[in-house]
Design a protein around this ligand. Sequence first.
Ligand SMILES: Cc1cc2nc3c(=O)[nH]c(=O)nc-3n(C[C@H](O)[C@H](O)[C@H](O)COP(=O)(O)OP(=O)(O)OC[C@H]3O[C@@H](n4cnc5c(N)ncnc54)[C@H](O)[C@@H]3O)c2cc1C
Length: 392
Amino acid sequence: MTTTAQQFDISIVGGGMVGAAIAVALSQAGMRVALIEKQPPVAFDAASAPDLRVSSINLASEAWLTSLGAWQQLEKMRVCAYQRLQAFEQPGSIVTFNAADIKRSHLGHIVENNLLQLALWQQFNANVTTFCPLSVSALQQFADNTEITLDSGEALSAKLVIAADGANSKLRQLAGIGTNGWQYRQACLVALVNTPYPQQDVTWQQFTPTGPRAFLPLPDQQGSVVWYDDLVKVKQLAALNSKQLTQQLRKAFAAQLGEVEVVSSSWFPLARMDANRYYAGRVVLAGDAAHTINPLAGQGVNLGFADAKLLTELIIDAQRHNSDIGSEQLLQRYQRKRKPANLLMMSAMDGFYQVFGNDIAPLRTLRQLALNVAARSSLLKTLVARYAVGSE
Ligand SMILES: Cc1cc2nc3c(=O)[nH]c(=O)nc-3n(C[C@H](O)[C@H](O)[C@H](O)COP(=O)(O)OP(=O)(O)OC[C@H]3O[C@@H](n4cnc5c(N)ncnc54)[C@H](O)[C@@H]3O)c2cc1C
């Protein structure tokens, strides 16, 4: 071990939404945390256009973020609650899931990723030391602790190192943890749009023969539009200027989108990735560093927060009992609970993608049947609404 290494209880590589939430939870429990992040979150400017990267946050994640104090910070900036979730093939046959069906005031919120990350960073107390903008360059594992070296040459020693550095996690590679998965045939174009209608309380998804199209409401007269299609088509759309893309969206989307105006846009490849294991020695993975999921039903960061919540609870509990916070037993418990839960959701999304993402005739029939059944069954609607909010 390097004699000059700075000592911490925990090091976290990656201060995105998941890594920052872990840092807040552990530091509030009195642990000394080192947080290494390549890029700090951008400051909030109420006059600025919303961030293009937005996420649908379910009630389970909202409750945990509220307990950390970060949700209250976020609400002071910008969030948009939605009360209804709609699915349809033809605008004439819409299935609506309502918050009221499960006696809730809302089903979830659409938030800007950058603002949620910022709200979490604003919760850092004196126990968090940030190393930013910096990356990790080396890892050495010992029996009782782990040491990482940063680009700056600084060495940090901790009982446990958490990889929350996203899908291409460098720390996961340094720890020698492999992955499996694939790139989906489809990609998606995301556009921030001005809408002709006042702020909306509904998020909807239309299933078309070439892939789903979705609308996520944002505050004021804005929203995020997502267009799933094959990679070639998505790249063609991404190459258009705002005026041309506006024309395409007005033509391709259901009439209820109205005469939108594109403010900004980008495209994203879609990948499924599952780490072969969630820990190696005293390095443990959380969030997208452990798994990436098709964003079709907006589950990715919600799964990441579920990882973060369980992992921090186990660590805090071990610390209270004066046990080793990086023990194999603890990390095994975490993996045993979270890996199957994440895999289940990934496979459910793949099934969903197969049934709703293509135009094979039997699947088209199955899809229509599913929507018809859902339209008539209040039990099914309640179950879908409960699933959407993240209830067990
Ligand atoms: C189009 C699209 C739509 C989506 N919509 C939703 C949705 O509606 N709901 C939902 O729940 N999820 C959604 N997701 C998924 C969601 O965006 C991810 O699950 C989430 O961003 C993962 O958070 P994370 O903190 O684990 O990783 P990331 O967001 O990738 O953050 C990783 C952090 O680590 C930092 N970092 C990376 N490498 C290093 C390094 N070497 N050293 C230091 N720092 C490093 C990065 O700068 C970053 O801040 C969507 C994804 C896509 C692509």
